[in-house]
Ligand binder design. Structure first.
Ligand SMILES: [Zn+2]
Length: 572
């Protein structure tokens, strides 16, 4: 039965089986290496988190089984600076062509370079997500001469490399690995800003094909052309558009890099990478993953990693107000509105080839409800195995549990409360204590950090026109226009407030008033007529309390408004 099988093990454990077996075959007894690569050429898009999460989850499963596993995270910070992202001083265009580590950080940044600035935000997010990895700066690798032997080898075999690349050269330029299919122009800009622009493969100039490109030692840009190379002496001659030209000894020169399509397979061999996924656009013929697979063995004597394609991760409802970074959220932005385990869960529960969206809009409330239901099922033992696996991957790693909220009240309740109190702590605590008087919340620390995430969500993602504004004065016109039944419904509600002042109590009360008026028992099955009456009653309450037809759930709203003010606004 396929269904039973799929709950035996989730996608993570199936990949872990495969990767462990392959690791044992390639290098018995050695730590298993999985890899990710990120280009800090601009804000690192939330969509690119899948590049790290996919190998992270597999590495974590491998570690849980007691194997040593290294997750290498290559910072492609020796890539050229390609374009100035939206919102940055346009004069930064003068640095285009330099390594990302040689470009000054955006104005006001405490970091020493462009690359360091954008890496820092990602490092912070990865840390909060509990992701353990070994970061490798490609600038350090190249400029320290770590790859010298590989570079000389690639230059020596440039004819073979050229022949392999030539099989794939088409008019269409394939994209570099982190690029995802853009949803709209803003995302396109951001994707390009993330170093994902079309990558040249070192196509031949007049002097033949060279898989290596120097950064000019005068202007520090890669606007260079190799004009001669001597295999015997390793003398390399280049010219630059700045007018500089020189001959260097490649056996000593550490100021340039292999072109991407050669660089990537070189690193697979150098690090011994067994697993490295890449974006879905790499399924095309001539993709760097496919070409790399042809180069890694014959040229570098290594193996291509197991490399699943991962599908696009979208964003739903990123509010315009938080588009300071060009409208593209980063993992750090997501972690300000949701806790790390929830974000991990979104990745763990979907196979890499399934696309999904990360909710910045109202959907986040439903997502949190679903997450809370899953937690309840885990607690009472009714959870299905595959769901249990995804939950476990979300809340802990091999190193231990991630921080959680001690008392996880529903996100939508917290959001409603901070919406109404505008984040006033004392008022928030009073309302939260009233939710369940038998077990009152005694300090806000019990409901943090979830409360802080809900507050940030309300403040940054909910537009002003959707915010709840409680009336300060009664709507005398509406009150005066009520018929006897309308006035009675308000009286019944006010009479019951005292003894029903809790979330459950008020829920029973607001649904119960129309029942009483219809002469029904409190537990009577709702009829269509009753449902209509309840809807009309709720609409009346919303109008009288917040001057709208809808709002936060009524019991929460009543608790938040407070008894005294409710009585003032509803006294007919
Ligand atoms: Zn130059």
């Amino acid at each position: 039965m396929a269904q039973a099988q799929s709950t035996e093990a989730d996608w993570v454990s199936r990949f872990a089986d495969e990767v462990i077996a392959e690791g044992e075959r390639r290098a018995p007894g050695k730590p298993i290496v999985v890899a990710s690569g990120l280009s800090p050429s601009g804000p690192i898009h939330l969509g690119n988190l899948r590049e790290v999460m996919t190998p992270h989850l597999v590495a974590d499963e491998i570690r849980r089984r007691g194997h040593e596993c290294v997750h290498v995270l290559s910072w492609d910070d020796y890539d050229r600076y390609r374009k100035v992202p939206a919102g940055i001083d346009p004069s930064w265009a003068e640095h285009i062509g330099k390594p990302l580590t040689a470009v000054p950080a955006p104005p006001g940044s405490p970091y020493g370079s462009w690359a360091e600035h954008f890496k820092a935000a990602m490092i912070e997010a990865l840390d909060e997500l509990g992701i353990e990895y070994r970061g490798i700066s490609q600038t350090e690798q190249y400029t320290s001469g770590a790859y010298r032997a590989q570079i000389l080898h690639a230059m020596k075999h440039r004819g073979d490399i050229d022949a392999i690349l030539d099989q794939y050269r088409t008019k269409q330029k394939p994209a570099k690995k982190q690029q995802q299919k853009p949803l709209d122009e803003a995302e396109l800009e951001a994707a390009e800003g993330s170093g994902a622009a079309a990558e040249d493969d070192g196509s031949a100039g007049g002097a033949g094909y060279f898989p290596y490109k120097p950064y000019c030692t005068v202007c520090n840009k890669d606007l260079t052309t190799v004009t001669a190379y001597d295999d015997e002496t390793t003398e390399l001659t280049y010219t630059c558009t700045c007018g500089h030209g020189e001959t260097v000894l490649l056996s000593e020169f550490d100021h340039g890099k292999l072109v991407w399509k050669v660089d990537w397979p070189m690193r697979w061999a150098y690090e011994g990478v067994v697993f490295e996924p890449s974006g879905v656009d790499h399924s095309s013929p001539g993709s760097s993953f496919q070409v790399g697979g042809q180069i890694v063995g014959p040229i570098f004597g290594g193996d291509q990693p197991i490399g699943p394609m991962y599908a696009f991760v979208g964003i739903s409802g990123m509010a315009k107000m938080s588009s300071s970074k060009g409208g593209v959220p980063t993992p750090g932005d997501a972690l300000q509105i949701m806790e790390a385990p929830l974000l991990r869960w979104l990745y763990a529960r979907r196979r890499p080839n399934q696309s999904f969206k990360i909710a910045f809009d109202q959907e986040i409330q439903r997502l949190y409800d679903e997450w809370d239901k899953l937690n309840a099922k885990v607690a009472d033992g009714t959870v299905l195995p595959a769901d249990a696996a995804a939950h476990s991957r979300a809340v802990r790693t091999a190193a231990g549990d991630l921080p959680t909220t001690p008392r996880p009240l529903p996100y939508r309740t917290l959001a409603s409360v901070v919406d109404i109190t505008a984040g006033h702590d004392e008022q928030t605590l009073r309302i939260l204590s009233d939710l369940d008087p038998a077990h009152p919340v005694t300090t806000l620390d019990e409901v943090r950090p979830r409360l802080d995430r809900a507050e940030h969500w309300i403040n940054t993602q909910v537009p002003a026109e959707s915010r709840t504004v409680v009336r300060s004065e009664p709507d005398t016109e509406l009150l005066g226009s009520l018929d006897e039944q309308g006035r009675e419904s308000l009286r019944l509600l006010l009479d019951g407030l005292d003894e029903h002042w809790s979330l459950d109590g008020l829920t029973a009360l607001v649904y119960g008033v129309p029942k009483v008026q219809a002469g029904l028992e409190p537990h009577a099955k709702p009829t269509p007529e009753l449902k209509l009456a309840q809807r009309a009653f709720f609409a009346l309450l919303y109008q009288l309390l917040v001057s709208r037809d809808t709002g936060p759930r009524l019991p929460t709203l009543l608790l938040a408004v407070g008894q005294e003010r409710v009585r003032k606004l509803l006294a007919a």
